[in-house]
Each structure stands twice: as C-alpha cells, then as structure tokens.
Write a new protein. Sequence first.
Length: 706
Amino acid sequence: MSKMDYSFTQNRELSWLNFNERVLEEAEDSSVPLLERLKFVSIFSSNLDEFYMVRCGSLYDLSLIDEDYRDNKTGLNAQDQLDDIFERTKLLYKRRNNVYKSINSSLKEEGIYDLDFEDLTKVERKFINKFFFNYIFPVLSPQVIDVHHPFPHLLNKSLNVMLIIRDKGLTLYGLIPIPSTLPSIIYFPKDELRFILLEKIIYEYVNEIFSNYDIEFKTIVSVTRNADITLSDSQIDEDEDYKGYMKKILKKRTRLAPIRLEIYKYSNSKLNKFLCEKLNIQQSQVQISNTPLDMDYVFKLYSHIEKKNELLFHKLSFNPYYPKIPKTVREGKIIPQLKKRDFLLFYPYDSIEPFLRLLKEAANDENVVSVKITIYRLARSSSIIKYLLEARENGIEVTVLIELRARFDEANNIHYAGLLEEAGCRILYGFEDYKVHSKVCLITRKEKNNIKYITQLGTGNYNEKTSKLYTDFSFITRNHAIGRDAMLFFKNMAISNLNGEYDKLLVAPFGFKNKVIEKINNEIENAKNNRPASIFMKMNSLTDRELIDMLSKASNAGVKIKLIIRSICCLLPGIPGKTENIEIISIVGRFLEHSRIYCFGMGKDATIYLSSGDLMTRNTEKRVELTFPIEKPVLKKQLMNIIDIMLNDNVKARKINDKGEYERVIRSIDLIDSQIYFMNNDFSKYGKEEVGKESFFSKLKHFLKG
C-alpha cells in the first residue's frame, strides 16, 4: 500500500469546527437582524452538542477499541483528534461568550431583557419568590451525595445545580436537577419582554433547598453523552420486532458514556476533580461557558416576542418570506399538467404545495394502483402521512420504506411506522449496515390499460417544515425510464438487493461512487485532449478520500473544478501540484444550503445530476442514496442559472483557502446575496424561448443596477 499523501487534505472534525465557527460569524454580523443573530448562537450551540454526541462519541469508542486507527486525511489517531477538538472548543466558547454578551446588550436597548437575579426589581423579586415556592420548589428532587446517596446518573444535556456543602465540618456534595417539566423561561407579568431563565432561579434559591447545610460553592453543570449507538441485527431477540428493539436502543442513548462536561460561569477545582472522577472523564473534557448551557430557549423567546410585540419582532427578525408556487405550476390538478412538462421545485423559494397537492390527488384517484415512498425525516405534524393514510383508506396499495435510524428522529419515525402499519400499509425498514437515505416517491397509475409512472425525486426530506428553511430540489416527472427505475428500486429494497441495475438512477452504495469516478475520468480525458473540461459540485460535505484523490488527479490534468461545500471539506484547494485548479466556497445564510448538485462538462452538453447524497464515505459506501439526472434542456438551463448565481455570491459566500480557513469573497463591485436573489425571482419561468438568449448573469447585473 502506497503512503498516504496528507499535503492537500485536512481532518474532518477540525474542518467541521471551522464551519461551525462560520455559523457563529453570522451571529456577529450586524447586517443580520438581532433576534436572528441570537438564533445563530443557538444553532451554533446545538450543532456543537450534536457534534460532541455523535462525532466525539465515535472517536471515543475508537480510542478504546482500535489502537491502530488513523484518520486517512491527516494520520491522526482517535485520541489525537479528541485532544485537538477539546482545545479548539475552548477557543470557540470564548468567541461565543463575546457574541452572546454583545447581542444581549443590544437586545436590552430594544427593551428585551435576559435578567440575572441581581437585575430584578423589588416587585419582580416578590413575584419570583412566590413563583418559586408555589411552582418550582414542590417538584424539585435535590440530593446529597454521600455513602448512603451515591452519585446519580446525569441525563444527557440535562441541567443540574451542583454544590459543595458543609455539615458539621464535613464536606459533601449536593445536586439539584433542573426539572424539564417546568418552563425554561419565566416572563414577568407587567413587562413580558423581561425574563429570567429557570436555572438561574433555582441557583439563587439553593439556600432554601439545602437549608440545613452551609453552601461553600454552587454552579450549574450539564453532561453531554456519547449518542453514537451501533445497531446490529444479531442483538435483536427472535421474538422481538424491529420497532421494539429501536425503542430499547433509544433508552440506552441517555445512559451512554460522558464525553463532555459543561460548567456555567463558575468553576471550582475541587468540584471539577470530583465530577471528572465520577464521570470518568479528563480535565480537558471540561468546558466553562458564560453562555447558558441550554440555548433551546431562544426559539421559545423568538415565538414569544412575535406574539407579544409584532412591531418589535419584525424590526428584529428577517422579513417574512412565503414560498411561491412556480409559474409553471397552474391551479387545479397536477397529474394532467405533468403530461406536458416536468416540474423542478427549488425549496424554500418554491413551495412544497405542488407535491402535497399531487400526493393528495393520487390518494383520491381511482386510476392510481399504488403509492411507494421512502421516509427519513418528517415534520411533527405531517401532511405526507395524512395523504398516505388517505390513499390506503381508498384501497390503494401503499408501501413505505421508513428508516428508523434517522438520528434524533428515531422516536418520530417509530410513531409514524406504527400508524401506517395499523392502517394496512406495507412497511419496509433499512438494512443492518446501510441506512436508507434516498428520497423517492413513486405513483403508479393505469391509463388505457397501460401502466404509467409519476416519480418524485429529491435532495431533501419529505418535511414540510424544513422545506421552508432548507434549500433543496424536488423533481417530478412522468419519464417512463425513471419511473421504471424507481419501481425496480422499491422491488430491490423489498428483497434486500443492493446491487440492482438501473437505466437512469445511480444508487449507492454500489452504483453512485463508481459513476462519479467515471465522470471525473471523462473530464480528465477531455483536458488531456485539449477539449473543454470542467466539474461543478455542490454538497453539504466532502470527506470520501478516494473521490478527493480523484478531484486532485483531475486538477493536475487541467480540469477546472468549482465546489460549493457548506460544511465539512477535507480537501484543501490551491495546493501547487495537487489542487491548484480547484476553487471552493461555502454559503451560510438565512436558509440552510442542503441541495446536492453534480455537474460534469460545460454548456448544453453538460451532464447534471441531483442527489440525496454527499461525497462523504458514509453516503457513498454506507447508505442507500439516489442520484438522478436532469436531462431536459429547459431544466438544465434553469439549474445552470442557479449555479451561476451561487458561484457569484460575494455576501454570504466564503472562500476556503489552502489552510482550510474561511475568507471573505472579494469579487465584483456589485453585492450579490444569492439567497436574497432567489427570494425575489421565479426560476421556473425560464422556458424553451429563454435558452440561448441573453445570459442569466447579465440579467442579474441589470437587476442589481435597478
């Protein structure tokens, strides 16, 4: 085996931390409305929580069981990576603390007060005192930790007040779990824009709770636990169904090994040592934060302000945006319209409504024989489920391939699987070693004694809520070859055949990566023969080492490569002799960039695919992903226009440099925010008459000049 070349790659985890710092940069941006900046702090925090639970959890397991493991981008072992992560996190906490403090100061100028106990007026203190003894005190479960009361299990991400207490000269420890059943924010009756967090109240009243002890020290702590559970069919009892097994697995998640200890503001070396011993963690895994340890309250505050002061809310938040129905989609039934044209919806700028309309229409269509769909993540209250149940009630065969292992959505999916199963739908689950992450819905109809297919394929989930927040594509077509591929896909999933052959669709884990390599090689050959050669890719993350090496090979051959990668990017661009023909940007803005586009070649001869999968090893080798071609010239032109705008973003885009750091894009005298542009333009209007006319980018310049 040849020695791995680390000169143009960077570590996946450190790249992700760079990305999350980029999210925090949005919280620092004074052009972003104040409440939205606070939300970005919360998003940064929840991102980091999940990163520790999943990625650090995986590395922790590796550090225990595989001493020979080495990262194939840097050569670091698991413990080396963890040490780097812990050190880097301390710097990120300092930056977050400064941002949070600044935002809170600005919010006070707008009349929104996140109060500490010493900030309360006499009237407010009286209100809190009454509230504490009437509503908080009765539900508290304080505990002394001693020989008779051993150290309890601290639930994952739960808040707890920890104390050092003294009793007759003896030093003990005390604990007060913050009840999750109580509201996390307490608003004051006479001014409901003044509030205090629940944990601050309990922290203040510890003397009342431990009234027979002297309080030596007190603080608030939270433990983050490894949530990376490995599932195996061999662990399932013969008489236990898969849903029942998953329910047991979810209970285990709250009890897995600690990976991080967070302390709010005040720390004590004696208490730190005690907690590290009890939790079996190192001091390097302890993080001190001046920002609240649970930032989920921000979204509740956001909704509260919207209800209580609409004028102030609109001043401090993004202008409301309502997804549009594309001009190509007319009122009335969808199925007849599909006989004339395919639809390409661009969320969140386009509404998900046409697809929901199609599904409802199919559920009540006497010519529909069956509806088949894959489900990974759904909204809490899902119209998708409603229409699937409606179809089944009308005697239509409904097959749902539902992935119960969609991380942190397992309980939701178990619930929906039960509902669908009870209604008589056919339920399929994923495979032991491969999550099904594909997004496909197949409607089969009888038309004049012939079978016809309507296929919807997407880059994102069937989730009405996230379709308003994430940028994704949804393609709806009557193309028979694609429909037949979708039919074969569901047949193969039902018989556990991952090696199916398809005409149009690329299906991971065995039919996606090799096709991408083939397409890259085609562009390499073009470059070697002095023909135009280019590659454009947009994805969430790039980690697959083999594909990174292929892109480096293409760069060395002279292929011009442009990448838009929102999150993890293990490839370093601009390295002489390695990646000098590769440019990479990341776009972080109001909406989460979630779509995946793979484009090989230039102009009308370009091959364009949309996909549910990134070029991450987990997607290319460990998941069932669907990648589908966009072949009609009008839709290819539409996608080229969209790509053109994103590549010229110089407001929310950041260039990744040869060190893996994000730099501001300096390009053009005109400011181009791609997301704002998409909100103000209907891309579906580009019909056949537009192809070959004035370039889209020149139209953009006219728009910018008013």
